[in-house]
Design a protein around this ligand. Structure first.
Ligand SMILES: NC(=O)c1ccc[n+]([C@@H]2O[C@H](COP(=O)([O-])OP(=O)(O)OC[C@H]3O[C@@H](n4cnc5c(N)ncnc54)[C@H](O)[C@@H]3O)[C@@H](O)[C@H]2O)c1
Length: 313
C-alpha cells in the first residue's frame, strides 16, 4: 500500500493515481500543486486493493471505478479525463460524498472540425480521391462534380458545446446555419428552428445530441423521408444516432446524397456494417472526433485543475 508523506509544514502530500494515461501537461499541473502522481495501469481485479492510500484517481474509459473500488478507498475525488462517466459508479461515489469530475467541453473544437472535415470530404470526393487515383490514375471527370459549402444551409441537431463550435465555423465558411435544440430559444451563431423545419430546409444535417436513454435512433426512415432530396448527413455524436440500415437504404436510393460517420452502432465495426463503411458516398473515421493532440492536452490540464481544486478544498 502506498505510504503518505508529509511536508516540512506538516501539510500532507496528496496522492493521485492515473491509470489510463494522461497528457504530460496535465501530469505537470498535478505535480506543480505539490501532489504525488503515480501513473500505473492496474489490472481491474487488483484495483480495490491498490486504491488504498490514494486521495484521487484519474481514469479515461478503460478503468472501471466500481462500487467495490470506491468502498475500498479513501478517495476525495474521481476524475474522468474525457466526457462520458459510464465507467464510474456515480451512485456509489455520491453515497460517499466523492465528486466525480470530467471535461465535457475539452474536445468540442476537435469534434466540430471533424464534422466539417466529413462535409468537405463528401462534397469534393476526398475520401475516395486517393484510392481513385491509385486505381485509375487520373479520375478527374469522375470527381469534377463536387459542390461548395458556401451558400448551403447547415442544420445542427443539438446545439450544445460541439454544436456551437460547429455553428461558428460553418458561419465562417459562408453557410446559413440553423439548429434545433429543446434547450435553446436563441443563439448568436444559428437560427433556432423546429426539428421538422430543419429537416425540410437543410442541405447538410449534423448531429450533436446525447445518446437516447433507451439506445434508440434519432433518425430512421420516417425522419429521412422528411428531409430534402440529396441531403448530406453527418454523425460525429454517438453510434446508432442515425439508424445504419435506414441510412444505407437512403444512400442507395439517392435520397441521402452522402454521409460522414465517426461513430458506429458497433465499434469496432463488424462485417454487417461493411456495406455502409465501403459505400462510395460515405466518408468514415474510427471514432476519433475528440482525438487530437490539442484536445488531449486540454483534457489533461482541465481534469488536473479540477482535481487540484477539489483536493485543496
Ligand atoms: N465523436 C467523438 O469522438 C465525440 C467526442 C465528444 C463528444 N461526442 C458526442 O457528441 C455529442 C454532443 O456532445 P456535446 O459535448 O456537444 O454535448 P452537450 O451536452 O454540450 O450538447 C448536447 C445538446 O443536445 C441537446 N439535445 C438533447 N436532446 C435533443 C434533441 N432531441 N434534439 C435536439 N437537441 C437535443 C441538448 O439540449 C444539448 O444542448 C454527445 O453524444 C457526445 O457523446 C462525440
Amino acid at each position: 500500500m502506498p505510504k503518505t508523506r508529509s511536508t516540512k509544514k506538516n501539510k500532507r502530500i496528496m496522492k493521485v493515481l492515473v491509470t489510463d494515461g494522461m497528457s504530460a501537461e496535465g501530469i505537470q499541473v498535478l505535480k506543480s500543486a505539490g501532489h504525488e502522481v503515480v501513473e500505473e495501469s492496474i489490472n481491474q481485479n487488483e484495483l480495490s486493493e491498490k486504491i488504498k492510500g490514494y486521495d484521487a484517481i484519474i481514469v479515461r474509459s478503460a478503468t472501471k471505478v466500481t462500487k467495490e473500488v470506491i468502498d475500498a478507498s479513501d478517495l476525495r475525488a474521481i476524475g474522468r479525463a474525457g466526457v462520458g462517466t459510464d465507467n464510474i459508479d456515480k451512485d456509489a461515489a455520491k453515497a460517499k460524498g466523492i465528486p466525480v469530475l470530467n471535461t465535457p467541453a475539452a474536445s468540442s473544437i476537435s469534434v466540430a472540425e471533424l464534422a466539417i472535415g466529413h462535409m468537405f470530404a463528401t462534397s469534393r470526393f476526398l475520401h475516395v480521391g486517393k484510392k481513385g487515383m491509385s486505381d485509375n490514375g487520373w479520375p478527374k471527370k469522375q470527381y469534377s462534380k463536387g459542390i461548395e459549402l458556401t451558400g448551403k444551409t447547415l442544420g445542427i441537431v443539438g446545439l450544445g458545446n460541439i454544436g456551437v463550435e460547429l455553428a461558428k465555423r460553418a458561419k465562417g465558411l459562408g453557410m446559413r446555419v440553423i439548429a434545433s435544440d429543446p434547450a435553446k430559444n436563441e443563439d448568436p451563431y444559428a437560427d433556432i428552428v423546429t426539428e421538422d423545419e430543419l429537416f425540410k430546409i437543410a442541405d447538410f444535417i449534423s448531429f450533436h445530441v446525447p445518446a437516447k436513454k433507451d439506445g434508440s435512433a434519432y433518425i430512421s426512415e420516417n425522419e429521412i423521408d422528411q428531409m430534402k432530396d440529396g441531403v448530406v448527413l453527418i454523425n460525429c455524436a454517438r453510434g446508432g444516432c442515425i439508424d445504419e440500415r435506414a441510412l444505407l437504404l437512403a444512400l442507395n436510393s439517392g435520397k441521402v446524397r452522402a454521409a460522414g460517420i465517426d461513430v458506429f452502432e458497433n465499434e469496432p465495426i463488424t462485417d454487417n456494417q461493411s456495406k455502409l463503411v465501403d459505400h462510395p458516398n460515405v466518408s468514415v473515421s474510427p471514432h476519433i472526433g475528440g482525438s487530437t493532440l490539442e484536445a488531449q492536452t486540454r483534457v489533461g490540464i482541465e481534469i488536473a485543475d479540477k482535481i487540484n481544486q477539489t483536493l485543496n478544498l
